[in-house]
Design a protein around this ligand. Structure first.
Ligand SMILES: [Zn+2]
Length: 274
């Protein structure tokens, strides 16, 4: 108790004594009650305001289940009045605008009750889950990025493809929400490419991105070497190569490139002159 209050209490006691004295004398006396009102207030302190609400994570990820963030609520005097998921504990009521599950932004209202007063609103954000990248495939001029969808809440995917592991200078393409692969064309042959992707969801015109997947790499195929002189034909027994129409091909006929036939020791047929 403060010194001033203690003095007021003594004054109050003196006034009470005086009142009783007057009453005894049969005189109706009206005395101010101010001193007593102050004393009552010290026994039932005014509710303390809620000063801060913190959520345990800055970013939540879609799981397919209702997400239950943990809230730390502090009062103006610094005491922790709640350290819990949504609900009430006699000090506060924690109530999200709706069940926190799908990708988007949620408002959570924290209201003081009992010895606490005031209200604070905090924001909780849910993002798509990071897609799981699988080994890409390649042709001479294209790479096909592949991934598994899993349980997610997405509008589509963004895929990057780069010759550099740092993903600098990457080509970026998008794929629809049901896609599990995407072909990236116009690439160089015999070149290693890295691919990486992330999911996104559009909610109220705002894009919510997942984290980037792991990087996967693949080498595009080499361009087929042109066979010099095109295709010729050899037989089971002969040592010559022929044009497709040559009469020596009556019993057996196997296609081979002219360069390969020559490499294997075959020589040109003198009849069909391939
Ligand atoms: Zn021939």
């Amino acid at each position: 108790m403060t010194e001033a209050l203690s003095i007021r209490k003594k004054v109050g006691a003196a006034l009470l004594a005086a009142t009783l004295a007057f009453t005894t004398l049969g005189t109706a006396v009206s005395l101010p009650q101010q001193a007593f009102a102050d004393d009552v207030a010290t026994e039932n302190p005014a509710p303390v305001k809620i000063s801060s609400v913190k959520v345990n994570k800055a970013k939540f990820t879609y799981t397919g289940k209702v997400i239950k963030p943990k809230y730390t609520v502090k009062a103006a005097d610094g005491t922790v009045v709640a350290n819990k998921v949504a609900g009430s504990n006699g000090n506060v009521v924690i109530k999200p605008s709706k069940a926190i599950k799908k990708v988007g932004t949620y408002k959570v209202k924290v209201t003081g009750t009992g010895a606490y007063t005031g209200a604070k609103t905090v924001t909780v954000k849910v993002y798509p889950k990071k897609p799981s990248a699988k080994a890409p495939s390649a042709t001479t001029s294209a790479v096909t990025a592949k991934w598994s969808k899993g349980t997610n809440d997405v509008s589509g995917y963004q895929i990057k493809c780069s010759k550099n592991k740092s993903m600098s200078g990457a080509k970026t393409v998008t794929a629809g929400k049901n896609a599990t692969s995407k072909k990236i064309s116009g690439l160089k042959a015999s070149t290693r490419y890295y691919v990486q992707l992330r999911a996104y969801k559009v909610v109220d015109g705002k894009k919510y991105y997942s984290d980037w997947s792991a990087k996967k790499s693949v080498k595009t195929k080499a361009k087929a070497k042109k066979s010099s002189g095109g295709t010729v034909y050899i037989t089971d027994t002969g040592e010559k190569y022929h044009r497709g129409t040559c009469r020596y091909l009556r019993y057996s006929k196997y296609a081979i490139s002219k360069s390969e036939a020559q490499r294997q020791g075959y020589t040109a047929c003198k009849v069909c002159r391939p």
